[in-house]
Design a protein around this ligand. Structure first.
Ligand code: SF4
Ligand code: SF4
Length: 99
């Protein structure tokens, strides 16, 4: 059910984005929500263990907390999310989706 949602906040572990060696990037044109124009699917948002996928069209990532686990990419039925090495595209800023 797509109702309430927690917001990422700094916990004891700090900004977990600093742990990341791989980062997700979004291929907007492949996302089902972009294609339909509707807030649907959202499997990436639902499965992210760090609450680091923003519920937008297309979804974007909160790189301050994304730890690069790749769950979102594995769950995306449209292969719209690609995991790339962090060192090739360093960033720890929020909302850097779009490609
Ligand atoms: S790689 Fe994807 S599932 Fe994993 S923490 Fe980052 S946004 Fe969430
Ligand atoms: S799981 Fe994939 S297709 Fe579904 S909303 Fe996320 S990026 Fe779009």
């Amino acid at each position: 059910m797509l109702s309430s949602r927690q917001t990422a906040a700094i916990g004891e572990a700090g900004k977990t984005g600093t742990w990341r060696t791989m980062k997700p990037i979004m291929h907007d044109e492949k996302c089902i929500m972009v294609k339909t124009g509707k807030l649907s699917c959202l499997l990436c948002w639902m499965f992210c263990p760090e609450i680091s996928v923003n519920r937008t069209i297309p979804p974007t990532f909160d790189y301050d907390y994304c730890k690069g686990c790749g769950v979102c990419a594995n769950e995306c039925p449209a292969q719209a999310i690609e995991m790339i090495p962090e060192k090739e595209n360093p960033s720890c800023e929020s909302d850097e989706g779009g490609n």
